[in-house]
Design a protein. Structure first.
Length: 376
């Protein structure tokens, strides 16, 4: 049936609910669900819980059941196609069928091979009317919410977001490495909100040595702490490094075996991985493949100029999150130590996705050319 203003409003509400799954549901997608009874009154709503816990549809159904509301003939709005397979939980499509709903409205299909239209098909086979949102603002919002999940399923790699804080003249630190703090407190909190979205945070040994960061999420509420990954060719990360002791897990990835150093890192609680590449450095594509296999949807990079440049040159960076402070620092450390170009036509072209004020600073969110084409 044609989409009504109610359909748009309730799908938007489902997407808003799904935002509460950030920092909670990984590696599962973030999903929200709203259910009305046959008279059009709100019966229940919910969002996906931790992996192995109930999905959004089940949470909404439980809320309706707890209130004693009859759902026969009702309607559900979901931000992502209901699952149709037995994973850690039973199929949500079956739960909606069993509830006696007459209609289900879906913001976008699920690309996961065990769903991929099968959830919608199961609902229709049971006599439920299923309406799928047409391409537009709702579908874009639903895709953006789960851009990492879509990336991992459709491209076989996480969505890589590189975060940089810099001055107006593109300096991330003074020449001696001093960088605390170029941007203000509001920008740092905003950066942690983006970090909270990630399944893993990636940095390099240079940043560990210079800044000794924690790289955990502490300025935004979260249940799930991202994995902290250090690229460290010679396993020189000190066992006392703060990111090894922060809540959650740490992974140190090297290119050359150093048994004693590796053992010390393991004793400090880190996972250690030897992954040599053809140039004597860590094999970045192989690491990205591993993270995808481990269920990392969004990979958040907070590193220095050398690693930033290496990642940009691989073409693996999808998005740049650039915080600019209204300051001029003069000589200092660059955003990325990219090689010199011979002509302007060789410049890496990006697209502005969003620009917003954060306290006294400015956040620029940019996409690398074609990085999100898999969403079309």
């Amino acid at each position: 049936m044609p989409f009504s203003p109610t359909d748009h409003a309730q799908l938007q509400r489902a997407i808003t609910l799904a935002l509460s799954s950030i920092g909670l549901s990984d590696p599962n997608p973030r999903v929200g669900c709203v259910i009305h009874d046959a008279s059009g009154q709100l019966a229940g709503e919910g969002f996906t819980q931790q992996a192995g816990g109930p999905h959004a549809e089940v949470m909404a159904l439980r809320q309706a059941a707890a209130a004693g509301i009859e759902l026969t003939g009702g309607t559900a709005w979901v931000s992502l196609e209901p699952c149709a397979h037995h994973g850690r939980t039973p199929p949500c499509a079956d739960a909606l069928v069993d509830a006696g709903l007459a209609r289900v409205v879906v913001a976008t299909t699920d690309p996961f091979v065990q769903v991929a239209g099968q959830g919608i098909a199961r609902l229709r086979e049971a006599g439920i009317t299923v309406d799928l949102a047409e391409a537009g603002a709702i579908t874009r919002a639903a895709h953006e919410l789960n851009i990492g999940f879509f990336s991992r399923v459709l491209r076989g790699r996480p969505w890589m977001r590189m975060k940089i804080a810099a001055s107006l003249d593109g300096r991330t630190a003074l020449a001696d490495g001093s960088s605390q703090w170029i941007t203000g407190e509001a920008a740092r909190a905003d950066g942690q909100a983006w970090r909270r979205r990630a399944g893993a945070v990636l940095t390099g040994i240079g940043t560990v040595r210079d800044d000794n960061p924690r790289l955990d999420v502490r300025l935004a509420p979260t249940v799930h702490q991202p994995l902290r990954v250090v690229l460290d060719s010679d396993f020189a990360t000190p066992p006392s490094a703060r990111l090894l002791a922060a809540p959650g897990q740490a992974l140190v990835v090297g290119a050359r075996a150093h048994p004693c150093r590796m053992a010390a890192l393991r004793d400090a609680g880190a996972e250690v991985l030897l992954l040599p590449g053809p140039q004597g450095q860590v094999d970045l594509p192989a690491l990205i493949d591993k993270l995808a296999r481990d269920g990392v949807n969004e990979l958040h990079v907070e590193a220095g100029a050398t690693l930033n440049a290496a990642l940009l040159q691989t073409g693996l960076v999808d998005e740049l999150l650039l915080y600019l402070a209204p300051k001029l620092l003069g000589p200092g450390r660059d955003l990325a130590a990219l090689p010199a170009l011979q002509q302007l036509s060789q410049a890496r072209v990006m697209r502005f996705e969003d620009v917003y004020r954060v306290g006294d600073d400015l956040c620029l969110r940019l996409r690398c050319g074609g990085s999100d084409s898999f969403l079309v």
